[in-house]
Design a binder for this molecule. Structure first.
Ligand code: T3D
Length: 267
């Protein structure tokens, strides 16, 4: 266990860093961690911090209390001062989702409870999802007369197929963690009290892998969703040209031949 680094301070989330893992905990439990303006701003800043800090190799994203995230804070959507939702998405939610996909470090969503609306989108934007037994996903947008946003219409058909995505969006019925696992939307389901330990165990494994290779793998997987096979093959070759010259590749080969675990430095 390494000493905990000095973490930036936030008011709507907790940012903790230890053992090369940054854990971001959405921390507005009384509102089921719904996104108010401050949480969106701070989550964006926390992701930037995780990207900037070379000591961080993996991010865990979770929620405080009984929910993961209940989406947009609807208390901000009453009265005179309701902003244009198009502007809100362009300026706040969309940069957040893009920051998650562009962060070249794995993000593990530890889905501790309900993930609704943009909270579900946030879960979908993680690279891997481990869900607590009592967690659920709700495309709640339709319940308040909105369309799925923050990437939900993009991620969900790719994760579970078009028909399932349409059903979840049209009906807004909750999807249980168990059903989500069956559909391949979550990687595994664990008892609630084991969730963070499971996420940390997985994060520790990823934190000992070669960071450059992991980051470029995420980049290639992102890109694979947009391109044909020929372009994907060409891209893999160009990325392999980069990592093939890395000290970590040399170390991985050396460690294999010496029959010992590799010590990757990110160089
Ligand atoms: O607006 C834009 O910028 C566009 C982008 C939109 C993106 C979106 O996310 S739209 C969808 C917004 N989210 C929702 O519609 C979900 C609303 N919440 C719920 O449907 C339910 O709370 C849940 C199904 C998530 C959980 O239900 P339950 O019965 O377990 O809890 P509850 O009693 O409804 O909620 C507990 C408390 O959290 C309660 O506060 P109180 O009465 O104890 O003081 C409730 O008001 C609060 N809460 C839950 N969700 C939100 C919320 N407060 C503000 N905003 C919320 N989204």
């Amino acid at each position: 266990m390494t000493a905990q680094a000095t973490a930036p301070s936030f008011s709507t989330l907790r940012y903790e860093e230890a053992d090369r893992i940054a854990t971001i905990t959405l921390d507005r439990p009384d509102a089921l961690n719904a996104f108010d303006r401050a949480l969106k701003t701070e989550l964006f800043a926390a992701l930037k911090e995780a990207g900037r800090d070379r000591g961080v190799r993996v991010v865990i994203l979770t929620g405080a209390g009984r929910a993961f995230c209940a989406g947009q804070d609807l208390r901000e959507r009453t009265g005179e001062a309701v902003p244009s939702l198009a502007v809100e998405l362009r300026e706040r939610y969309n940069p957040l989702i893009l920051a998650m996909r562009r962060l070249e470090k794995p993000i593990i969503g530890a889905i501790n409870g309900v993930a609704a609306g943009a909270g579900a989108s946030l879960a979908f934007a993680c690279d891997l999802r481990i869900a607590a037994e009592g967690a659920s996903f709700i495309l709640a947008f339709g319940r308040v007369g909105l369309v799925p946003d923050s990437g939900a219409t993009w991620f969900l058909p790719r994760l579970v197929g078009l028909a399932r995505a349409a059903e979840l969006a049209f009906t807004t019925d909750p999807l249980s963690a168990q059903e989500a696992e069956r559909l391949g939307l979550v990687n595994r389901v664990v008892p609630g009290d084991a969730l963070l330990e499971e996420a940390r165990t997985l994060a520790a494994r990823l934190a000992s892998a070669a960071p450059l290779a992991l980051g470029l793998t995420k980049r290639a997987l992102n890109r694979s969703l947009e391109v044909g096979l020929e372009e994907a093959l060409a891209y893999e070759a160009s990325l392999q040209g980069i990592v093939g010259r890395s000290a970590d590749h040399a170390e991985g080969v050396k460690a294999f031949l010496e029959k010992r675990p590799a010590r990757f430095t990110g160089e």
